[in-house]
Write a protein that binds this ligand. Structure first.
Ligand code: TDX
Length: 355
């Protein structure tokens, strides 16, 4: 049984990873999360009473607290998913992205290095620091080609520049100090528990509520969609079998224009909620995002060939599951859209906290 310290496990991808560890392994999970607006303990209610799950409300920029968490929980591995992640927010307020994504990663790396250097040789040999990042570090593609692990970094937004910086820090801590790291760069995730500022959950919830479905520019920008549980499976595999110091790209082989994505959601909703059809009448073209990257597409050959991973969901099956989840989980949706979950956090944190 291993202890996995997951930063950002109250977030969208981190909570999927934490639920999988508890549901499918005998490993312990320590969730280190600051609980910003996008961190939601209600995404973890299915595992929060499990004795193998622990929660620490800690900011990864707080060196003393991070060091305490390492000392108390003695992890065998770190999976670093805590990050500010919304591109539009990074454009209007980049400071939090610099702080959490760069300074936070640096602080975590230093705590991990200090802890790892004191481990006995057997534990030292198996310790892993897994950094979870994004394909946005590679910049934007034209109509052809794919991002591979050898693509040069060309981040375009404050968000992607902050993630690129964190990738470089992780690389440097491996080359300079020998910290045993692996890094993954993923394409656009979607699925249950996704905070509704991102395209897919925003469009589902707006459509259900008869609100406009905002499409930036012409809707012809392309993203490569990856179902979040497929991503979580890939992350667990890289943690277990990835080669030290290497990076792995994780993508779903699902390129779609934004307009195609929105139309697909509308078609599924037309079937499920026929009284509101056609939902596509709500599509509204709005001003484009500044510096909007044209196309992302990941070549996921390396992780397929070296580690044997491939996604289980097609975009069609994953999107249907996602829409169904949002229609049947109105408590979670109400919580994140009303701000109630902040109140819920303060009430439940007193009960669930480790103090
Ligand atoms: O209302 C919208 N209308 C719209 O057209 C929103 C919110 C987005 N869009 C467009 C912008 C993008 O081309 O849809 C596409 C997807 O947008 P987001 O959901 O904001 O994701 P994106 O900017 O592609 O970044 C996401 O994938 C990579 C995540 O937010 C990042 O954290 C991840 O690294």
């Amino acid at each position: 049984m291993k202890t996995i310290l997951i930063t950002g496990a109250a977030g969208f991808i981190g909570s999927a990873v934490a639920r999988q560890f508890i549901d499918e392994t005998q490993d312990k999970v320590v969730n280190v999360d600051k609980l910003t607006y996008a961190g939601n303990l209600q995404s973890l209610t299915s595992i929060s009473d499990n004795l193998r799950y622990k929660f620490e409300q800690v900011d990864i920029c707080d060196a003393a607290e991070v060091a305490r968490v390492f000392r108390e929980h003695q992890p065998d591995a770190v999976m670093h998913l805590a990050a500010e992640s919304h591109v539009d927010r990074s454009i209007t307020g980049p400071a939090a992205f610099i702080q959490t994504n760069i300074v936070g990663t640096y602080t975590l790396l230093e705590a991990a290095r200090s802890y790892w250097s004191e481990l006995d040789s057997a534990r030292k040999a198996v310790f892993r620091f897994h950094h979870i990042s994004t394909d946005e570090v590679y910049g934007s593609l034209d109509d052809s080609g794919f991002f591979t692990e050898d693509t040069a970094y060309e981040p375009n937004s404050p968000y992607s520049a902050s993630k690129a910086s964190s990738d470089h820090l992780v690389r440097a801590w491996h080359h300079t100090y020998g910290l045993p790291v692996v890094t993954t760069n993923c394409s656009n995730n979607y699925g249950p528990y996704h905070f509704p500022e991102k395209l897919i959950p925003l469009v589902i919830l707006n459509a259900v509520n008869g609100k406009p479905l905002p499409i930036y520019g012409k809707g012809d920008n392309i993203r490569d969609w990856l179902y979040v549980d497929d991503h979580a499976r890939a992350l667990r595999l890289v943690l277990e079998k990835g080669k030290l110091g290497e990076t792995y790209n994780i993508g779903g082989w699902n390129e779609k224009t934004n307009l195609e994505v929105v139309q697909s959601i509308c078609a599924i909703l037309d079937e499920m909620l026929p009284h509101n059809a056609p939902h596509a009448k709500l599509i509204t073209y709005v001003q484009d995002r500044p510096g909007h990257d044209r196309r992302y597409a990941i070549d996921a050959t390396k992780i397929a060939n070296d580690l044997g991973w491939k996604p289980q969901e097609t975009f069609e099956t994953g999107l249907r599951k996602t829409v169904e989840w949002y229609l049947t989980n109105s408590d979670w949706v109400r919580g994140v859209t009303s701000g109630d979950y902040q109140k819920w956090v303060s009430q439940n944190y007193a009960k669930r906290g480790t103090a």
